[in-house]
Design a protein around this ligand. Structure first.
Ligand SMILES: Nc1ncnc2c1ncn2[C@@H]1O[C@H](COP(=O)(O)OP(=O)(O)OP(=O)(O)O)[C@@H](O)[C@H]1O
Ligand SMILES: [Mg+2]
Ligand SMILES: [Mg+2]
Length: 483
């Protein structure tokens, strides 16, 4: 039997506000446990939540970035459940009337093809606290610092059909939220967490199979592994005559497997009801237009501009626009050297190879955009050869000096463009190679182009690579053709 995988994702994005969604407590990461949870975050009696306007603005910007409808009215509701990290006994969330309506995201697969994934909706909610199982000698500690941190939960339609598509989708969301500056997107610190819903069905069947939901998968690689394991588990279950039950599972990154946690609650188990402490949120079109005007250029817009205005290939444009940091670095290099194609080649070639090798993000590159732009300038104005440029790059990377010019000077890499000096070397090579010269002069014009390579090589060797190859070529031609 041929099986088809169906995937839908719930992605929780931590919004980059300074304070919490309903209180003034700080959201800074890494503070001492329980120093950043105030009475509002804990739901103490007699306190009232006040909605953080920045969280609203961020959610609206996200909605506009995915072509979503922004409903005029949205509503906060209480989602009631008991858990030690939720002392309030309910999470303030949105259900029936979320802040962002249906939209869509364009995803790019490894082969460069694109497709669209529909967004069902996105809603605002508060985060819960965190259980700390490791550090307390057999006891579980509860850190409530995270309680009340604003989250945007982005719920996709079950539109993805492979782990690769799911990863491409998360990457597309990551690019959007970091471009918008509404989240730092740091997956290791939990700023983006995915619940992965997976089901399988016989190929050709219209109805979906029963889904399992894998909670809190927090890296691109784990998403891929969790899906691979889950798909196999479900197919095996069904082929053995059993069935998948709708449940919440946990991914164990040490064993690359998912394990059952609890059977899935139905929405009505949560007894959602409108939060009596918070007014409905009403956004008029002037507000939405204002937010639209504040939006920066988005990944897909940048990609199209790189392609259409700067003349880059679709592939190059896609890679360079994939993160805001990469796009900004590339544009800074281009502005210094004045040539988009050269800038693209160097950023994706030499620079990326070095970053990958040392496992660095572009933001941590030891070579700055100004330095790389300066180096490319020296290649373009023929001060150094392409070969010498690689040496200079490496020296910049190693911190040998702080500009390409200083390294070129110190290492004596300047190309010889003085015609007299080059002519002297050419004359010497011609005098030393009587046999080759005779062969060249007897040969047809059509063969000479190839034969000249020998002489160019000799002259370059004599100059230790510093002669300008184009100049060597044309001067050699003149001299050899003369006699
Ligand atoms: N048969 C299916 N196979 C795979 N994914 C599915 C299937 N049915 C629904 N999904 C996906 O599951 C997700 C359901 O998320 P949603 O937030 O609506 O509900 P939930 O998981 O029940 O609620 P909660 O927010 O409490 O986890 C969506 O992303 C949807 O696309
Ligand atoms: Mg959900
Ligand atoms: Mg869910």
């Amino acid at each position: 039997m041929q099986w088809e995988t169906v995937i839908g994702l719930e992605v929780h994005v931590q919004l980059a506000t300074q304070s919490k969604i309903f209180s003034g407590a700080s959201t800074a990461f890494g503070a001492e446990p329980n120093t950043q949870a105030c009475a509002v975050d804990l739901g103490m009696p007699g306190v009232l939540p006040v909605l953080n306007e920045n969280a609203v603005a961020m959610a609206v910007k996200f909605g506009l970035a995915v072509d979503a409808e922004i409903p005029e009215t949205s509503l906060f509701e209480r989602k009631n459940y008991f858990y030690p990290d939720l002392p309030k006994g309910y999470q303030t969330s949105q259900m029936a009337q979320p802040i962002v309506g249906p939209g869509q995201v364009e995803i790019t697969l490894d082969d460069g093809s694109t497709r669209s994934v529909r967004i069902h909706h996105a809603h605002l909610e508060e985060d819960a606290g965190k259980s700390l199982h490791e550090d307390y000698h057999g006891m579980t500690g509860i850190d409530l610092n995270r309680a009340g941190t604003p989250l945007l939960e982005i719920v996709s339609e079950p539109d993805m059909r492979s782990a690769k598509e799911a990863v491409a989708y998360i990457k597309a969301l990551h690019a959007i939220v970091t471009y918008l500056g509404i989240s730092d997107g740091n997956m290791a610190e939990g700023s983006m967490r995915c619940d992965v819903n997976v089901s399988v069905r016989p190929k050709g069947q219209a109805a979906f199979g029963t889904r399992a939901e894998i909670k809190n998968v927090n890296s691109f690689r784990f998403v891929e592994k969790a899906i691979a394991f889950e798909v196999e588990r479900q197919i095996e279950l069904i082929e053995d005559g059993g069935g998948v039950i709708q449940e919440t599972r946990l991914f164990d990154p040490e064993r690359d497997e998912t394990r059952g946690m609890r059977t899935k609650e139905e929405a009505n188990d949560y007894r959602y009801f409108p939060c009596p402490d918070l007014l409905p949120v009403t956004l008029d079109s002037a507000y939405v237009d204002h937010q639209r005007a504040l939006m920066p250029e988005l990944p897909s817009e940048k990609r199209h501009r790189f392609e259409n205005q700067l003349g880059l290939s679709a592939y190059d444009a896609g890679v360079l626009a994939s993160s805001r940091a990469m796009a900004e670095y590339f544009e800074a290099v281009k502005d210094v050297c004045g040539d988009a194609k050269q800038a693209a080649n160097w950023v994706q070639g030499e620079l990326s190879a070095n970053l990958n090798r040392e496992n660095l993000e572009i933001g941590d590159s030891p070579v700055t955009a100004e330095q790389l732009g300066g180096l490319i300038q020296r290649v373009m104005d023929d001060t150094i050869s392409g070969k010498a440029a690689k040496q200079v790059f490496q020296a910049l990377w190693d911190g040998e000096a702080d500009s390409a010019d200083a390294i070129i000077e110190a290492r004596g890499l300047k190309q010889v463009t003085d015609t007299g000096a080059i002519e002297g070397m050419i004359d010497q090579v011609i005098a030393d190679s009587p046999v080759q010269v005779a062969q060249y002069r007897e040969a047809d014009e059509s063969k000479r182009g190839k034969m000249i390579g020998y002489f160019v090589g000799q002259v370059m060797k004599a100059s230790r690579g510093t002669a300008n190859p184009q100049q060597v070529n044309s001067l050699l031609k003149q001299k050899l053709d003369q006699a």
